[in-house]
Design a protein around this ligand. Structure first.
Ligand SMILES: Cc1ncc(C[n+]2csc(CCOP(=O)(O)OP(=O)(O)O)c2C)c(N)n1
Length: 433
């Protein structure tokens, strides 16, 4: 991918930085009356050269729009290189851990061990694992509130992540953030954001900071900013991409297209439901891939991160995925038809990857079961760890309000002067004058 600002055609080219292969990928769209993620069919995979599996990234015809508006996914320039057996086994291990963690988190919520909001990555495990395996320790990560899997794959500790959900002191955010606010500066996971799109300006700012800190090159740091499909309709998405383009920032924006923002389908909410194309407005290369295959996800993410770190070329990666359950643990997803629920079970990517590894001779049934049993044990001990951790007392409430060292004394209440001593001194000086 060539650096965009070096392109002398910039001011005149109509399609700008859009990848040539994407421009070519203009197979006429199929006519379908599908209305939701569950309606994606196998035939759709045929127009998605990047997927390599039977998963069917969206050819979801818009419910109230013309079929012509929904065009096929981008073709890939590079064939997917298969990782070695140990790496593929590690992917399955991580996916199985996230699956078990999320299922138990849902259960812990119903047992009132977890309060507040709680959004699960069920169905998105291969996406999470592929993305996180592409990210280096020196790279920075920002995500939305659907962040448990990212925290686990970023190696923040199963027990510490569960303790955060429980709101306990040993949690990654000291129990004060909860499910939506996983944070670990050492691991360069800079949050977990509850405001839709809140992470985008911050991630863009972090990428700007990186341009002051070092030069582009193979060892340069980069930023990955994850978001949901619904987030692409927030103003901050467009402002951030614009700034990333004009400032040549080392950032990859990743859209997890799970077909829905809460109960609203992408087609109902988006003027351009092929979300990867939205980069065109800013001459940011966009690409759509299959999120059910961690190998596809990893490779695409590595390619975009390479362009970001070596050429300061921002990228937009649309990862087609499924959300197997409701928006959050309290959403029974009644807006889904029986057929869609059945379809979601059929396309569950975890058993699919397991079966593939067995078919390829990477795992046998016994090895797969051992991995799954390990996940059960690890999550059970994470729950025990979280349960044994203390609750932060009310005296901790204001301790971490500010990142920098300003007065944030726990004895003060909202509305009290922030720097009580300082203000007294100012008052005394005034009286003297
Ligand atoms: C600015 C703002 N508006 C509305 C909400 C309420 N809200 C929470 S999640 C959500 C849907 C976002 O969907 P998407 O970006 O697709 O992410 P997903 O939940 O699928 O991961 C909305 C509207 C919010 N948190 N912030």
């Amino acid at each position: 991918m060539a650096g965009r600002t070096q392109d002398p055609q910039r001011k005149t080219a109509a399609t700008g930085g859009a990848r040539a292969d994407e421009a070519k990928a203009s197979t006429p769209p199929k006519k379908t009356s599908a209305k939701s993620a569950g309606d994606r069919t196998k035939a759709d995979a045929a127009v998605t050269a990047d997927t390599g599996t039977s998963h069917a990234p969206a050819q979801r015809a818009p419910a109230k729009r013309t079929a012509a508006k929904s065009s096929p996914a981008a073709a890939s320039t590079s064939a997917v290189r298969q990782p070695d057996a140990a790496t593929r086994t590690a992917y399955y291990r991580e996916m199985a851990l996230i699956r078990e963690f999320e299922q138990r988190a849902g259960e812990m919520y119903t047992r009132a061990k977890i309060g507040g909001y709680c959004h699960l990555n069920l169905g998105e495990e291969p996406t999470v694992v592929g993305l996180m395996s592409a990210l280096r320790e020196t790279d920075y990560l920002f995500t939305n509130y659907r962040d448990h899997g990212y925290a686990l794959a970023r190696d923040m500790g199963t027990g510490r992540v569960m303790a955060e959900l429980f709101g306990r002191e040993d949690g990654v955010s000291k129990g004060l953030g909860g499910s939506m606010h996983m944070f670990d500066a050492d691991k360069r996971m800079l949050g977990g954001y509850g405001i839709v799109g809140g992470q985008l300006p911050l991630a863009t700012g972090a990428a700007l900071a990186l341009t002051y800190r070092g030069k582009p090159g193979p060892d340069a740091e980069a930023v990955m900013c994850q978001m949901g499909d619904g987030t692409t309709n927030i103003g901050a998405f467009h402002e951030s991409l614009n700034l990333a383009a004009i400032w040549n920032l080392p950032i990859v924006y990743v859209i997890i297209n799970n077909g829905m923002g809460m109960a609203t389908t992408v087609e109902h909410a988006s003027g351009e439901p092929d979300l990867y194309k939205r980069g065109c407005s800013y001459r940011i290369p966009g690409r759509r891939i299959d999120g059910d295959d961690p190998e596809v996800v990893r490779q695409a993410a590595v390619e975009m991160l390479t362009a970001a770190r070596e050429q300061r070329q921002p990228g937009l990666l649309e990862v087609m995925s499924y959300r197997l359950r409701g928006h959050s643990v309290v959403d029974p997803a009644r807006y889904r038809s029986k057929e869609e629920v059945a379809h979601l079970k059929e396309v569950d990517p975890l058993p699919a990857y397991r079966a593939r590894l067995i078919a390829d001779g990477v795992l046998d049934e016994r090895a797969a079961k051992e991995i799954e049993a390990d996940a059960v044990t690890e999550v059970a001990s994470a729950i025990a760890f979280a349960d044994a951790s203390a609750e932060p007392g009310p005296e901790k409430l204001f301790d971490y309000t500010y990142a920098t060292d300003v007065a944030s004394a726990s004895r003060l209440m909202p509305g009290d002067p922030v720097m009580a001593a300082g203000w007294d001194a100012v008052g005394a000086e005034k009286q003297e004058a």
